[in-house]
Write a protein that binds this ligand. Sequence first.
Ligand code: MN
Length: 264
Amino acid sequence: MKKFLTLIMILLVTVVTFAQPQKSSKKPIIGISSTWGGGIATSAPLNYVKSVMRAGGVPVVLPVTDDPQLIARMLETVDAVIMTGGEDIDPLKWFGEEPHPALGEVIPERDLFDITLIRMAVAKGLPVLGICRGEQLMNVAFGGSLYQDIPSQVKGTYVKHMQKAPGYYGTHSVMIETGSLLYKQIGLDSVATNSFHHQAVKFVAPGFKVTARSKDGIVEAIEKIGSSKVFGVQFHPEVFTANDIDTFLGIFKYLVEEAIGNRQ
Ligand code: MN
């Protein structure tokens, strides 16, 4: 009888141990938006993948599709989303402006996927980090607009936003609002960032606010007002982070923390 009871106890302990939801110890899955690759590839730069891994997340690249049901299912499997950098957004279709002659490459399939993905992710309450195009897309997806070409459309701009220095090297200053998510993430009110963009946020989407600017007034970061988990930066923190420069690692760590918190 005693042996039998001991066996039952061991069984109980085993069941209780393995039945415990061990979510908190599991690394969160971070979905990374990809590009269309001419219809023959769907890929995301390794820098995003490495940054997520360095911050303690599990990177998963989300392939471009126009099927909202597939996108919904993708969003059931991830704990947060990163909208990556890339091509220009179709101004006519997504913010009602004629294309400026200096507009760069546009990929309609990617635009549709990205806009659908970010709207559904935010509606679902997932943490979302937008980077470069991803930040601009965040603004456009929620009703904002863009400068299609900074040099020809922004009067008085005097900062080089398309650097020729290496990507892991900061070239222009960015002033950060204290109290913003970005300030919380990196702990600096001023920092040198890299810069690889000829477009920028113009009209800020309703419900969003600017949290960082370069010295010539170009928007360098935005966040959703009243939200702790929807934010974007115009620069490329993933290039620093993937190259073991920790200035912006806090951005990815914050996203991972929010992803864990969101799941519980
Ligand atoms: Mn810039």
